[in-house]
Write a protein that binds this ligand. Sequence first.
Ligand SMILES: Cc1cc2nc3c(=O)[nH]c(=O)nc-3n(C[C@H](O)[C@H](O)[C@H](O)COP(=O)(O)O)c2cc1C
Length: 511
Amino acid sequence: MTHTDDRSQVLATPQRVLLACGALSTLLYLAMNVFVPMRWDGYSSAGQTISELSAIGAPTRALWVPLGALYAVLTTAFGWGLWTTAGRNRPLRVVGGLMLAYGLSGFAWSFAPMHLRGAAASLTDVMHIVLGCLTSLVYMLALGFGAAALGRRFRIYSLATLAVVIVTGILLGMDGPRVGQNLPTPWIGVWERICIGAAMLWIAVLSVTLLRTRRTIAPLAANDERRPTEKKKVTVFVGSAHKGGATYRASRLFLDGLEALGDVQGELVVLSDYDLGLCRGCKACFLRGEERCPLQDGRDELLAKMMASDGVVFASPNYSFHVSGILKLFFDRLGFVFHRPRFHGKTYSSIVVQGIYGGNRIVKYLDGVGGAWGFNVVKGECVRTLEPMTEQAQAKMAQALAGQSRRFHEQLSRPAYPAPAMVGLIAFRMARTSIRRMLGENNRDFVHYRDHGWFESDYYSPARLGPFQKIIGALFDRIAARMSKPREGTPLCTPDLPPAAQEHPVEDVVQ
Ligand SMILES: Cc1cc2nc3c(=O)[nH]c(=O)nc-3n(C[C@H](O)[C@H](O)[C@H](O)COP(=O)(O)O)c2cc1C
């Protein structure tokens, strides 16, 4: 395997311990809810709230209070762990701050106990309700920010958890007044346990997810010895021959905004400054390797710039409802990268500059190119530059590009190898299985896949798959194997070259 992750760093033990406190806190709370009620004959987990276990006069109060304090210690430690490992992942840092607040507020509960049902309420009952509302708010905020912290799957999971918390929280709130009136509440314990259970499970999942990625999201403090000394290199390829034109200006604005966010060294590369020949369609790059291209020009220098970058952006004007000719020419010259993707772990985006209409489809196209080449794609931006530009139009463009700089910067600090989307995983498994079974060992795609360890790996990048993804991946390996059975008598290597090219060197057939 040739996978490397130069951005990942193994977490230091204290950080791992702090993060593990999240999962431990969930286990402790679960245990408290199973074992403490056993010490109270007649307590109903379905019909009574968790708070009643620590109510004044409850037989379990003496046991619950110290365990509750231990729980608060664990959640505070988890919050601190999140805060210190979040680095430039701002949403995760906010979750860390909220978890810290949540953990510290845990110490306040013992000063705000409720009374048992039927007993006269006092100030502490009011404090209990206020604390409960504040805790719910903090938790919902944490779920909301958490949704933006760790990629698509975690976002879906966080939002689903938030939905469960809101729905069961409403049901719980509807039963709340009946507790004060000492009326029967046959379901209140169920709603509360689902509500709190979903939230606690989320803490455990977050804790385990961060531990499994085994990397600091990105160290923050200026004097942190783990701080990477090198700035991230971001290259914007300007696909307009209009010197100093709108595409160039938009690219400059984007890059200035990105550099201002810190730790980025940018470069603007104007494609028309390079000698790029028109692709002749010989397919030598596909079949025999890119070095066999008969055109010797600036392509490899540009490709080397992309390979040396942590982030790549393609900027193009909208010319006749598509990218500019020079950018399309560059893509054609890199057509072999669609067969042999190589930019995994790098961040990518696109900028389209247009007069009036058609740019959003170009953004989609450009983002699709980035995805097919293996990049982590940040959705591109389409800006209007209809001349003469009003001040309002200029401000709108600056705002759009500032937002894109910010999103790009955030992606640069996220884990380089996120778990693949299902469609990407399926495409990988189908491609690699067909390539292994149908192409000969001399075929360049076969060699690329073999040398990268992709015939054995889970995915192009060293991303970890969940159990469901593993099952789906194995299933599509089998489906691809069935679909790509080499027919009897068909040679394994069937290069898609014109007949003449199979007999002569590529240089001979491209004339
Ligand atoms: C040949 C050509 C074709 C164009 N086609 C479109 C178009 O289809 N849709 C559009 O909104 N703008 C179109 N425009 C306007 C450009 O997208 C716009 O002026 C852009 O800002 C040019 O960027 P530049 O200065 O970097 O060349 C076209 C401009 C040119 C020169």
